[in-house]
Design a protein around this ligand. Structure first.
Ligand code: NAP
Length: 257
């Protein structure tokens, strides 16, 4: 599976930290030429230098279609086109629904959902020229499967990505582009560390495998969707969560009969 990514050009939005950085490392080790996009271009460049393997870092803000179009053109020029887009950039501020303002709502939607649209729209003209074209969305279990207080806007944005995916998969099938989504559970990233140790410990205790995921766990799932071997899989989701969505009750979580 790894060989099928050798020399492929892979663009990862939000690749300077967390899950996106994990995806970038996994793809670079698989021989891909990775472009990392983030608002802070210097951080993206530093991570690319650290990763090596012809990785490149660029400034790019998913809330702006212009910014995505400029970044995709630069990535394609440097790496000879684009074969894979990982639309990963996302934010998850918590706000109770009763206190949520329209600006809070728009901020999350503009990054997570409209940002997905911008990244995909800007990458498709290049993906159309690839013989192994893949779009991989990083959604979440929150929204599509579960709920969590403070995340009505976030959950809606992550569920919205899947609605987007199902129609995009049909439209882009004509070009041989597959569109799939990875749904992470709780992954230990910079963003997650910011939520505090208490949150992390509570979440780990609610997961049958009893630990948070690693960014590279999401990278390996994305690598599967990007592979030649996954060429007949489109419009599908893969949950990577240590079994978090499985227990029907606290009793079930104990795993005892
Ligand atoms: P993170 O550690 O906070 O990193 C976020 C990345 O996105 C950074 O590289 C950040 O760089 C970039 N970013 C933020 N806003 C951006 C924008 N407008 N344009 C371009 N890049 C932007 O986040 P994470 O935990 O890795 O989450 C990554 C994705 O996984 C998100 O879509 C999230 O919803 C999803 N997810 C995460 C978890 C988890 O447990 N961590 C669980 C389920 C789903 P800049 O600040 O420089 O832009």
């Amino acid at each position: 599976m790894r060989q099928s990514l050798t020399g492929r050009s892979v663009v990862i939005t939000g690749g300077s930290k967390g899950i996106g950085k994990g995806i970038a490392e996994v793809f670079a080790l698989a021989g891909a030429r990775v472009t990392i996009l983030a608002r802070h271009g210097e951080e993206a460049e530093a991570v690319a230098r650290q990763i090596g393997h012809a990785a490149m870092g660029l400034a790019g803000d998913v809330t702006s279609l212009d910014s995505m179009e400029i970044a995709m053109r630069q990535a394609a020029a440097r790496h000879g086109g684009i074969d894979v887009l990982c639309a990963n950039a996302g934010i998850f501020p918590q706000t109770a629904l009763e206190q949520m303002t329209p600006d809070d709502w728009d901020h999350v939607m503009n990054t997570n959902l409209k940002g997905t649209f911008h990244a995909v729209k800007a990458a498709v003209p290049f993906l159309k020229n690839s013989d192994q074209a893949r779009i991989i969305l990083i959604s979440s279990i929150t929204g599509p499967v579960t709920g969590f207080p403070g995340w009505t806007h976030y959950g809606a944005s992550k569920a919205g990505q899947l609605g987007f995916m199902r129609t995009a998969a049909i439209e882009f099938a004509a070009y041989g582009i597959t569109v799939n989504a990875v749904l992470p559970g709780n992954i230990l990233t910079e963003g997650m560390i910011g939520m505090g140790a208490a949150y992390q410990n509570t979440m780990a205790a609610s997961i049958p495998l009893r630990k948070l995921g690693r960014a590279e766990d999401i990278g390996f799932a994305a690598l599967y969707f990007a592979s030649r071997e996954a060429g007949y899989v489109t419009g599908q989701t893969l949950i990577v969560d240590g079994g978090q969505v499985l227990p029907e009750s606290l009793e079930a979580l104990k795993g005892e009969v």
